[in-house]
Design a protein around this ligand. Structure first.
Ligand SMILES: Nc1ncnc2c1ncn2[C@@H]1O[C@H](COP(=O)(O)OP(=O)(O)OP(=O)(O)O)[C@@H](O)[C@H]1O
Length: 239
């Protein structure tokens, strides 16, 4: 269980997160929605400690999560995929991450297998497609087998096979008892896979519901989402 309490973050005069409180239950796959600039990435970054929040607290399975510790066995975060050294192989990159977190080389091979990169793990990441780099990032997130997993747009760049693979993986990670929080704009995927929906608008949480409750009597998720956020062309709500 991930518990977020009163998380607040401003950049200069702009409040990007305004007192966010919610829980992501163990065994649940929760999708985080919101227009560009709504604060989704900032929320994931502040929860993980990559970015320091101004106020608020985080607890994992009832224990305060100290941002400074950033322990891969407690929380895994998949952010962007630009941080690789192109000449390093996937295995070398993941072993480096693993060693700094005291995770075994055996676990490195396990996560390489889990993300389907076993046959290419000896090749430089610079030769990888966008979808393959996504898989390397996801492998790194899973290294410590943490109970809480955060993913920021993990489907970007994946082809159809990759999307189906990741859909299945996210579902399995949740069904195995982890709290999984995924920021995404891909409503078809959200509709297929979500247990719960969070919606951010202008740094505030305006919906926090089980998928079926969020849908209500709307004909589809897009309609329910537009109903929740109001007019998406209104600049008050966008970046
Ligand atoms: N380091 C930073 N310095 C200043 N402003 C920032 C910083 N990081 C984010 N912001 C601002 O905070 C707001 C929220 O950004 P954030 O990336 O969290 O939104 P998002 O919902 O993830 O958007 P997107 O869907 O485009 O990824 C934006 O207005 C953004 O410009």
């Amino acid at each position: 269980m991930l518990r977020i309490e009163g998380l607040t973050k401003s950049y200069g005069p702009r409040t990007v997160l305004d007192g966010i409180s919610t829980e992501v239950a163990s065994g649940s796959l929760t999708y985080l929605l919101g227009l560009n600039g709504a604060g989704k990435s900032t929320l994931l970054r502040c929860v993980s400690g990559v970015t320091t929040a101004d106020r608020g607290s985080i607890a994992i399975n009832g224990r305060p999560w100290s941002n400074r510790r950033r322990h891969v066995r407690e929380l895994g975060i998949h952010l962007d995929i630009d941080g690789f050294t192109p000449r390093h192989t996937a295995r070398r990159h993941l072993r480096w991450l693993a060693h700094s977190a005291r995770v075994s080389d055996q676990r490195v091979d396990e996560v390489i297998d889990l993300v389907g990169l076993t046959d290419v793990a000896h090749r430089p990441i610079g030769d990888y497609s966008l979808g393959m780099r996504q898989r390397v990032g996801i492998a790194g997130t899973l290294l410590g087998d943490p109970p809480v997993l955060l993913f920021d747009e993990p489907l970007n760049g994946l082809d159809i096979a990759g999307i189906i693979w990741l859909r299945t993986l996210l579902r399995e990670l949740a069904d195995d008892g982890r709290a999984v929080l995924v920021a995404s704009h891909l409503l078809d995927e959200v509709r297929r896979n979500a247990d719960r929906i969070l919606v951010l608008r202008g740094g505030r949480l305006i919906a926090d519901d089980p998928l079926e409750d969020f849908l209500g009597d709307a004909p589809d998720l897009e309609s329910a989402y537009l109903r929740a956020i109001g007019d998406p062309m209104d600049s008050e709500y966008s970046a």
